[in-house]
Design a protein around this ligand. Structure first.
Ligand code: SAH
Length: 211
C-alpha cells in the first residue's frame, strides 16, 4: 500500500522540485502537512494529484504547485505574523502555521471556517486563528502583518489589505477577471507597494460583502 508520506514525497519531487520550487522550508512543510486530512472523503484518493479539488460550497483546495509558488514568493519566517484570506479547507493555513509564528485566517463561509478550525485543532496547530467574515477588510484588530496570502481572485488589490501590510511586508494575490488571472507579488517599500507580476492562475472569486 502506498502511504500518504510516500505520496507526499512523490508530490514534492515531481510537482514541486521538478518545476523549480527550491525553498527548503516550503518543500519540508509540504512534505509534513497531511493534505488528505483537508480533502473531503469522496476525493481523498486524489489528495496528492496535480490539480485542485472540490471542498464544498463551490470552493476548491488549491493545486499543490500553485500553493508552493505562493509560499515561496512570500518567504515567510518563524518570526512572521501572517494574514490569510480564504481559509477554505485550511490546508494553506496549516502550511503557514508550519512556516510562521502566528497565522490569522479569514473565511466568509461559516461551514468551511468551522470545518477548517476542527481539522487544524485535531492536527495540533496552536498558532492559528480562523475568523469568519469578509477578508477584503483584512483584520485591523491584529494588523499589521509581515505577509498576506490571498487565495481568491480580486479585480484589484483590496486597499484595506495594503494598509495592513507592514513595511518590508509581502503579499501574494491573484488579480484579474473570473476566467483570467495573474498572481501579483506586492512588497511594501518605504510605505509604497511595489508590484511584480507572476504566474497565470485560476482561483475562485474573492467575494466582498460590499460588492
Ligand atoms: N487555500 C484554500 C483555498 C480555498 S478557495 C485551500 O487550499 O483550501 C478560496 C476561499 O476563499 C473559499 O473558501 C471562499 O469561501 C473564500 N472567500 C471568498 N471571498 C472571501 C472573502 N471576501 N473573505 C474571506 N474568504 C473569502
Amino acid at each position: 500500500m502506498t502511504t500518504p508520506l510516500t505520496l507526499r514525497r512523490q508530490m514534492v519531487d515531481s510537482q514541486l522540485r521538478a518545476r523549480g520550487i527550491a525553498n527548503p522550508r516550503v518543500l519540508d512543510a509540504m512534505l509534513r502537512v497531511p493534505r488528505h486530512e483537508f480533502v473531503p472523503e469522496p476525493y481523498r484518493a486524489e489528495s496528492y494529484d496535480d490539480h485542485p479539488l472540490p471542498i464544498g460550497d463551490n470552493q476548491t483546495i488549491s493545486q499543490p504547485y500553485v500553493v508552493a509558488v505562493m509560499l515561496e514568493a512570500l518567504d515567510v519566517t518563524l518570526n512572521d505574523a501572517v494574514l490569510e484570506i480564504g481559509t477554505g479547507s485550511g490546508y494553506v493555513t496549516a502550511l503557514l502555521a508550519e512556516l510562521a509564528a502566528q497565522v490569522f485566517s479569514v473565511e466568509r463561509h461559516l461551514a468551511l471556517a468551522g470545518n477548517a478550525r476542527q481539522v487544524l485543532a485535531a492536527l495540533g496547530y496552536t498558532n492559528v486563528r480562523v475568523f469568519s467574515g469578509d477578508g477584503t477588510l483584512g483584520l485591523s484588530a491584529v494588523a499589521p502583518f509581515n505577509a498576506i496570502l490571498v487565495s481568491a481572485a480580486a479585480p484589484r488589490v483590496p486597499p484595506a489589505l495594503l494598509s495592513q501590510l507592514r513595511e518590508g511586508g509581502r503579499m501574494v494575490i491573484p488579480i484579474g477577471s473570473s476566467d483570467s488571472q495573474q498572481l501579483h507579488f506586492v512588497r511594501m517599500c518605504n510605505g509604497q507597494p511595489v508590484i511584480s507580476l507572476r504566474e497565470p492562475v485560476r482561483f475562485v472569486p474573492l467575494i466582498s460583502d460590499r460588492g
